[in-house]
Ligand binder design. Sequence first.
Ligand code: ADP
Ligand code: MG
Ligand code: MG
Length: 209
Amino acid sequence: DTALPAGFGERWVNTMFAAFLDRTEALADLDRRAGDGDFGANIAAALRRARTNIDAEPPASYAAWLTAVSWGFLGTGGTSGPLFGMFFRELARCTKDSEPSTAEFSRGLSAGLATVQRYGNAEVGHKTMVDALAPAAETLAARVAAGSDPGAALDATADAAVQGAAGTASLVAKRGRASYVGEVARGVLDPGAAAAALILQTAAAACAD
Ligand code: ADP
Ligand code: MG
Ligand code: MG
């Protein structure tokens, strides 16, 4: 079973933050069209809080990098803050210290999805972050079972998340604020699913570097 490359946690977090800062406005715009418009501000606040934690106490391990991100989101409002916070807590916990093996990372991703579903009660097709996270977790588990190398496994995982997020455009939301606006949000990508896809795309990028 192959470990993710040394420094993966730090690279992932930094790549993810750069990608989010680049897309905050686009994500905010999706939530303006399909929700209540605060998603961009919620993400930005979570990143600021995480960055403050990181600067105050520079993380020395994969687990510490992911824990800093988790705390950033857990301290943030909106529905996505606590859900992403609990999601990253599972990814922080998937290994003790060094970079996780691909199998540990896969178990962390599945545990992250499970905790999001336990608290949010959303199924695939409800137009939420679950629509990106569920196919991603399933794909990674299948890749681990098939013995894929980490790079190929994370690339396939990211592709599954991107496809899942893209599929939310045609859906009408059954959970969250977007469910209040109903048909109005049809045609609009779910911002939480788009963010989840970005999280997994940057994991693949950090593994390839
Ligand atoms: P709020 O909707 O409270 O303003 P945010 O704007 O921060 O929260 O986050 C909205 C995102 O949260 C949605 O795009 C969706 O992906 C996700 N979300 C909302 N409700 C749920 C839920 N019950 N389960 C999973 N994800 C959810
Ligand atoms: Mg919102
Ligand atoms: Mg809100």
